[in-house]
Write a protein that binds this ligand. Structure first.
Ligand SMILES: Cc1cc2nc3c(=O)[nH]c(=O)nc-3n(C[C@H](O)[C@H](O)[C@H](O)COP(=O)(O)O)c2cc1C
Length: 203
């Protein structure tokens, strides 16, 4: 499954339509462990579709304060080798290197980069939008039948790793979404008790 419907033109009416299939999908959706994600990953058309769907995320001010970096094939392997070399210089080298399995194993990684711009829209809201992009990208990949997992790990925060990825000083990594075909089904995890997190405001 790859083909998207024709994109709506600017100003087209887009009536809200119920999607019971989406509701059922969300009710059982689960991220797969990155270490279980193997080939095949999405086809080029599916990758385009996943990125296009993620770029339709809510975005106050229509700033698109985020961008994508696709990592796959030999370039991804070389990026992970670079991370490994950075990890080797750290005091907790063994631990940092062990964490790299989650990015080395999956066939496709998409880095979502947050870049806030000064102006009327608070930076917090722009960063929340980058988080929404990560979530919708993850869900889009899962809806196409792939396993996906939104991770950060040390290399989302390490200055040398960020430079290796090609970010400028004003950009941050919102997430690395790992995508592939799961070799085992993820198991349901603990979910919050709804009565602990939902209240009704009363005057
Ligand atoms: C911002 C963010 C960063 C995360 N970073 C990591 C990480 O570095 N390593 C990890 O194992 N899981 C990380 N997770 C958690 C995984 O995404 C986790 O598998 C997922 O939340 C499982 O929930 P789900 O099955 O409901 O999607 C992160 C989640 C978020 C939202």
């Amino acid at each position: 499954m790859a083909t998207l419907p024709p994109p709506p033109a600017f100003g087209d009416p887009l009536p809200v339509t119920a999607s019971p299939e989406t509701v059922s999908f969300l009710a059982r959706r689960r991220s797969a462990s990155a270490l279980t994600l193997s080939a095949p990953g999405p086809s080029p058309d599916q990758l385009d579709a996943i990125l296009t769907l993620a770029a339709r995320s809510p975005d106050h001010g229509k700033l698109a304060p985020w961008r994508f970096i696709v990592l796959d094939g030999p370039a991804k392997a070389s990026f992970v080798d670079g991370l490994d070399a950075i990890a080797a210089t750290r005091t907790d080298a063994a631990k940092a290197q062990a964490k790299l399995g989650k990015i080395r194993v999956p066939p496709l990684t998409i880095a979502i980069v947050s870049k806030t711009v000064a102006g009327e829209i608070p930076a917090w809201e722009q960063e929340l939008s980058a988080g929404a992009v990560c979530a919708i990208l993850t869900i889009a990949a899962q809806a196409m039948g792939y396993g996906a997992n939104w991770i950060t790990d040390w290399y989302a925060y390490d200055a040398d790793a960020i430079r290796l990825l090609g970010l400028d000083g004003s950009e941050k990594v919102a997430g690395f979404v790992q995508i592939g075909t799961p070799t085992e089904a993820p198991l349901e995890r603990v979910r919050p008790a709804m009565d602990k997190i939902v209240t009704r405001w009363t005057a």
